[in-house]
Design a protein around this ligand. Sequence first.
Ligand code: ZN
Length: 307
Amino acid sequence: MNRVVAILVVSLLGCSAEAGSKQLGSEPAPSSPAAPAPGTDAPTKPPADTDPTSVPSPSPPATQLQAYVFDCGALDTPDLDRFADDGSLAGTSDVLGNMCVLVRHPEGDLLWDAGLPDSVAQHPEGEAWAGFQITLKASLRNQLESIGVPPTSIEFFSASHSHGDHIGNVDLVSTATWIVDPNEETQSFRPAPADGSEKKTIEFSGKHDVFGDGTVVIVSTPGHTPGHASLLVDLPNAGPHLFTGDLYILPVSRERRLVPRNNTSHEQTLLSMDAFEKLADETGARVVIQHNPEDLAAMPQPPAFLD
Ligand SMILES: [Zn+2]
């Protein structure tokens, strides 16, 4: 474990040094990472829009499955070329959305992806990061607390992958049990639990049925990164939903099977697309592309939720 952490520290430092480059491959942590580097005692201060005197008490466990979809930032992308290694998106631009999902189950809560760092919300004009201009309307902490779920009450955390726009607030859920494919080194980014407790980890490969009843299943879809995953949530009324992570960046990525230039494996990505589409067909799931702002806009806005 120490060796892995050491590797990550080195790789984080390497990423920071490249933060101004156009290469997305490293997707370095934004300049104000929410999580202190492993092994440091860097103090964390609450985001500017947090009022520490008004933290609500935790809401009781959900009586049936629910999914809240949060706006976890936007990435203004001046050239989409990075998202298609066949060159077909060169010279086009767009603003990507970014989602975090809180799944509430009678047996516990799962946070899926942790978005851009909450510190970005302190700068309405946003921040330049890795060739993007990133913005965040409201901190994830405040969004969670606004529905009565303090981050420290969340039992499980899993990230689609370990790029900075998906793990920006891992410090909020340091006490949660981390569910991770060991091929991804996501857990190496995790801070020590704030309450001094031991880190709790569930490692999986292939798929992981979070609550053992088939309603919330994390599915390996490697290729963007070695341990990339997607999330299937089978809701009682809204029906099955498949959250893509970064398997697809945009709707056109799915239509034309476009592979970003920075993916760790082109071939593995295509195989994951095949497996994902097979699962979507078998389940009849609604596919939600997490970086597609139109998909985000189509989700119930918290405090409303999918049920
Ligand atoms: Zn992403």
